[in-house]
Structures are given as structure tokens and as C-alpha cells.
Design a protein around this ligand. Structure first.
Ligand SMILES: [Zn+2]
Length: 158
């Protein structure tokens, strides 16, 4: 794992501080980082000055060698990556892509269903789980759970 120091300004109170953040993470199932990524709270930071929560967007390369994907969060396109990687520009795109790829689901098939869920259930809709036997994508939105029946299996075939 690699860390770098970033200067951050709190969007709520303007407090400026330095923080060490990982720029490269390899999936480790038992790590705190993986747990925070799964919960969708990896980027959250609480300001020491005003105690408000906000998201830190610092560059991050996440690699899952077990499922075989790499996800890059960066303002800039990757320069000749050594292996294929998915490039996203902000934390919400990162969280969506992570929640799909980490469950071995197909990104192109699942993303439209997630946008459909947000339009119909609410902006906070996120994937809770996928039931491959019944082809149901379970969506959680503010504590409510709703199932989306999928027209085809969402799992990636390999
Ligand atoms: Zn603050």
C-alpha cells in the first residue's frame, strides 16, 4: 500500500489540514479499508474543527487480483497503464463501479438498473445484494429494501 500526503480544505468551515491517504490499495478481505469500501464510507472524513462529515477525493488505484479488475479514481486519464483498468473521475462513480464489480456483476448490465432504481426509489439507492437464482437485484434506499427483477443474469461469466 502506498500513501501520500494531501492538503485538504473542509467545505463546511474552511479549515485546512494535511492528511495521509492511500493512493494504491490491494483488496484484502479482512482489512478496514475493504470494509469501509463495502459500506460506501471509504471516502468519508470528519472535520476535526467543525465535526461535519464530507468526502475526501484523492487519487486512488484499487486492485482486486482475485476478481481481476482495477479501478482508478483520478482527475486525469491513466497514462499507458500496465494492465486494463476502469477509470472514474469522482467518488460517486467509484462507489457505484466498486459496488458492482466487487459483487462479480457486469458493469454494463448493472449500471442502467442502478440509474433506474435511483429514478424510481430515490437518489440514495444503492445495491444491497444480488440473488443469481431468481435474478433479483436488491436495492437499499434509506432503510427500505426493494427487489428489481432483471431481464438477464447480471453475473460476469468467466
Ligand atoms: Zn470543518
Amino acid at each position: 500500500m502506498k500513501k501520500r500526503i494531501f492538503e485538504i480544505t473542509c467545505p463546511h468551515c474552511g479549515h485546512s489540514f494535511f492528511i495521509a491517504r492511500d493512493t494504491y490499495l490491494i483488496k484484502e478481505k479482512k482489512s478496514v479499508e475493504y470494509d469501509r469500501l463495502r459500506q460506501g464510507i471509504y471516502f468519508y472524513h470528519q472535520c476535526q474543527n467543525c465535526h461535519q462529515l464530507f468526502e475526501l477525493q484523492t487519487p486512488l488505484l484499487y486492485r482486486d487480483s482475485e476478481l481481476g479488475f482495477s479501478l482508478l479514481l483520478s482527475d486525469h486519464a491513466p497514462t499507458s497503464p500496465s494492465s486494463p483498468m476502469l477509470w472514474v473521475k469522482d467518488t460517486s462513480q467509484f462507489k457505484d463501479a466498486f459496488s458492482i464489480l466487487d459483487r462479480s456483476l457486469d458493469l454494463k448490465k448493472t449500471l442502467p438498473l442502478l440509474s433506474y432504481a435511483r429514478k424510481n426509489f430515490g437518489d440514495q439507492a444503492r445495491i444491497e445484494s444480488y440473488d443469481p437464482d431468481r435474478q433479483i437485484l436488491w436495492i437499499e434506499e434509506n432503510g427500505n429494501r426493494q427487489g428489481l427483477k432483471c431481464p438477464e443474469d447480471l453475473q460476469t461469466s468467466d
